[in-house]
Design a protein around this ligand. Structure first.
Ligand code: HEC
Ligand code: HEC
Length: 279
């Protein structure tokens, strides 16, 4: 004991520091975020269990901002995207010119929505692996299992679906799952996210960026052949896609998609869609 003590004593501060970091890194996922569902998605889960998790993900990550799941309706539901009820039955053979099986098609629809556009719809769906849904690989598989269950029996397990390079996997340290956490108060968000520093809500009032009154936005949306909501969503999450002439380029922050939950983005868009409406 006495022979060891002289070596150990000077190391005590180091142990304290290491201990702190071990504690701290364990503390982060549990307290800062709700323990993400992603942690529980393992290769051991049966397809039906995955489908259950997938259903929660679809509800929480903004898919229903655009999609309906109405068994009684056809492909066209009341949403901006196709009605997902029955998607598994109508895509059993995939699509012409694309993947020829259901799972392959669903994977493509999530990873790369623009690769095949459902007839009558525009390319407005963000890839599910980027903002605002930010699905990791295991979550993509769970969503596919759930979509399979809408018309068929789910069959996929983690590992059955390809994971393209660059698609994140759920890591044990967890990832921020902010969805559903904060209440979305759009007027406060407009200030706290700094929008009001660059935008006025009054028609004709130009700051660094254009006024965001709804009539003006409607016109801009029409020029892009987009719905008002889709245009607003795109402009906020991905401002580089379309930059308004006569305004500085690249000035608007590019990372809003990662700073808002899907629910907050949806609330902000619905708020902006009725600003400055003339009676
Ligand atoms: C901004 C609106 C929007 C959001 C958000 C969105 N989608 Fe879509 N989605 C669309 C549109 C529009 C289409 C049709 C055009 C296309 O194929 O890309 C589509 C197509 C699809 C299809 C193919 C449907 C078919 O009939 O073949 C699937 C599956 C799908 N989305 C799933 C999802 C899931 C899951 C999420 C959430 C992670 C999601 N979408 C989020 C708009 C959206
Ligand atoms: C640092 C300044 C700045 C901030 C902060 C900012 N924007 Fe912008 N925004 C701009 C500029 C400049 C443009 C015009 C160039 C472009 O289209 O990117 C723009 C364009 C837009 C457009 C498209 C307008 C059109 O007519 O094409 C929308 C919508 C928008 N911003 C919404 C927002 C929202 C919502 C926020 C807050 C979440 C925000 N902006 C924060 C500078 C900013």
């Amino acid at each position: 004991m006495n022979r060891i003590a002289p070596y150990v004593t000077p190391l005590i501060p180091a142990f304290v520091v290491i201990g702190f970091f071990v504690w701290f890194s364990n503390w982060i996922p549990q307290t800062r975020w709700q323990p993400p569902q992603a942690q529980e998605i393992s290769a051991a889960l049966a397809p039906a269990e995955l489908a259950q998790i997938g259903q929660t993900i679809v509800r929480q990550r903004g898919c229903l901002a655009c999609h309906t799941i109405e068994p009684a309706a056809g492909v066209k539901g009341g949403g901006r995207g196709p009605n997902l009820a029955g998607v598994a039955s109508r895509r059993t053979q995939g699509v012409k010119g694309g993947p020829d099986n259901l799972v392959g098609y669903l994977a493509q629809a999530l990873y790369e929505p623009g690769a095949y556009l459902v007839e009558g719809y525009a390319n407005i769906m963000p890839p599910s692996i980027s903002a605002p849904a930010n699905l990791n690989y295991e979550e993509v598989v769970a969503v596919i299992a759930y979509l399979q269950s809408l018309g068929k029996t789910p069959t996929v397990k983690v590992g059955d679906v390809p994971r393209p390079a660059g698609v994140r996997s759920a890591v044990p340290s967890g990832k921020p799952t902010t969805v559903g956490a904060q209440a979305a108060e759009p007027a406060a968000m407009f200030a706290s996210l700094g929008c009001d520093a660059c935008h006025s809500l009054k028609a004709g009032e130009t700051k660094v960026g254009p006024a965001l009154d709804a009539p003006g936005m409607k016109q801009a949306a029409a020029e892009r052949k987009m719905s008002l909501e889709a245009f607003l969503m795109e402009s906020i999450v991905n401002p580089k896609v379309y930059e308004k002439k006569g305004f500085p380029s690249g000035v608007m922050p590019q990372d809003y998609g990662t700073r808002m939950t899907a629910g907050q983005l949806d609330a902000l868009v619905r708020y902006l869609a009725v600003q400055g409406k003339r009676p």
